[in-house]
Design a protein around this ligand. Structure first.
Ligand SMILES: Nc1ncnc2c1ncn2[C@@H]1O[C@H](COP(=O)(O)OP(=O)(O)OP(=O)(O)O)[C@@H](O)[C@H]1O
Length: 308
C-alpha cells in the first residue's frame, strides 16, 4: 500500500489533455522517500507535463497527486518551501554571477543553505564571479542545480539535468546527485539518456504517449531478458538465417546494420555467428555478448527508439 508517510510522491490515475490530445493518460506511480526515481521517455512522452503538475505549475484534468503529503495546487505555498526545481536552460538572468544568484535566491527561503557551500558542492568555486552567459553549458546546468538546492529541499526535481554537458561534466553531476541521495534527498529525474537512468536511478519508470510502460529497478529491467549477441554488419542481412542458427532464439535489426540475436547459450551462439560470417564473407564489427541495454528494453517495449 502506498502511503504519503514513506512516499515522497504518489500519483494515481493522472490525466492531462491539451485540446483533444492526452499528454498524460491514466498515469500512476509512487516515489519512495530517499530514492532517485527516473522518468524515462522520448520527446513528447509526457514527462514535463507530469513534473509540472507535481510542482504545482499545472492542474490535472483528473486523478490525484500528493507531493510530500501535500496537494500541489491547494498547498502550493507550503510545497514551494520544501521542493527544489532545477530551472530549464535560459531560465537564469544572463549577467548574474553564480555567487550573486545564490545569495539572492537564499532570501526566498526560511532556512536556506549556505551559498558558498553550494558553490563548492557543484564545483563552481573558480567561476563563482563569472557572469552566467560566460559559463559553459555544463557550468550553467550545475549553477541551476545549486539554485535548486538553496532552500534545503526534501525533494528535488531534475528535468534533463545533464543536457548540454560533456562527458566529464556529466560524470561530475552524477556524482553530485548521488551525494545528495546520501544526504537523504529524494530525487525525481527526467531524462532521455539511458545511461543516466541506468547509472543513477534506484527505479525507472518508462513512459510513452503519457502511459506507463514499465517500472523497475534498472538492473531488473535489463536482466529480465535472456542474453544477446550483438554486432554491426552491412544492413539488410537475412534475419531468418540468423534466427535459424542452432543457439539463436530470435534475430532482429533494430537499426540498419545493427543486429541483435537473443539466446540462452551465448558462448555457442558466438561461435556459430562467427563461423556463419566467415563462410558468408561478412565482416562483423563490435561483436559482443551482453544483457539488453535500457535502450533495447525501450525499443522492445515501445516499438520505437529513444530519441535525444
Ligand atoms: N501547453 C501545451 N499545449 C499544448 N500541447 C502541449 C503543451 N505542453 C505539452 N504539450 C503536448 O503534450 C505532449 C507531452 O509533452 P511533454 O512536454 O509533457 O513531454 P516530454 O516527455 O516532457 O517531452 P520533452 O522531452 O520533449 O520535453 C506533447 O505531445 C506536447 O506537444
Amino acid at each position: 500500500m502506498t502511503s504519503t508517510a514513506d512516499h515522497a510522491i504518489v500519483v494515481q490515475h493522472l490525466v492531462k489533455s491539451y485540446g483533444g490530445k492526452r499528454a498524460v493518460d491514466d498515469l500512476s506511480f509512487s516515489v519512495r522517500r530517499g530514492e532517485i526515481f527516473a522518468l524515462l521517455g522520448p520527446n513528447g512522452a509526457g514527462k514535463t507535463t507530469t513534473v509540472e503538475i507535481l510542482e504545482g505549475y499545472r492542474a490535472p484534468d483528473s486523478g490525484t497527486v500528493h507531493v510530500l503529503g501535500l496537494d500541489p495546487q491547494r498547498d502550493a505555498a507550503q510545497l514551494k518551501q520544501r521542493i527544489g526545481v532545477m530551472l530549464q536552460q535560459g531560465g537564469i538572468y544572463p549577467t548574474v554571477t553564480a555567487s550573486e544568484l545564490l545569495h539572492l535566491f537564499r532570501h526566498f527561503y526560511r532556512d536556506p543553505e549556505d551559498p558558498e557551500a553550494l558553490i563548492d558542492l557543484v564545483g563552481l568555486r573558480e567561476s563563482a564571479h563569472v557572469r552566467y552567459r560566460q559559463l559553459s553549458g555544463g557550468q550553467q546546468r550545475r549553477l541551476a542545480l545549486a539554485a535548486a538546492l538553496i532552500g534545503k529541499p526534501e525533494l528535488l526535481f531534475l528535468d534533463e539535468p545533464t543536457t548540454a554537458m560533456d562527458p566529464q561534466a556529466r560524470h561530475l553531476t552524477w556524482g553530485i546527485i548521488r551525494e545528495l541521495r546520501e544526504r537523504g534527498l529524494t530525487v525525481l529525474l527526467t531524462t532521455h539518456f539511458m545511461e543516466e537512468a541506468e547509472r543513477l536511478a534506484d527505479r525507472v519508470a518508462i513512459i510513452d504517449h503519457g502511459r506507463l510502460i514499465a517500472l523497475e529497478e534498472p538492473k531488473v529491467l535489463t536482466q529480465a531478458n535472456a542474453e544477446e549477441v550483438q554486432f554491426t554488419a552491412p544492413p539488410g542481412l537475412d534475419l531468418a538465417t540468423l534466427a535459424a542458427l542452432p543457439a539463436a532464439n530470435s534475430a532482429r535489426e533494430p537499426r540498419p546494420g545493427f543486429y541483435v540475436i537473443a539466446t540462452t547459450r551465448p558462448a555457442d551462439l558466438l561461435a556459430e555467428v562467427t563461423a556463419w560470417a566467415r563462410d558468408a564473407g561478412i565482416l562483423l564489427n563490435d561483436l559482443r555478448v551482453g544483457h539488453e541495454s535500457l535502450e533495447d528494453v525501450f525499443l522492445r517495449l515501445t516499438g520505437h527508439e529513444l530519441r535525444e
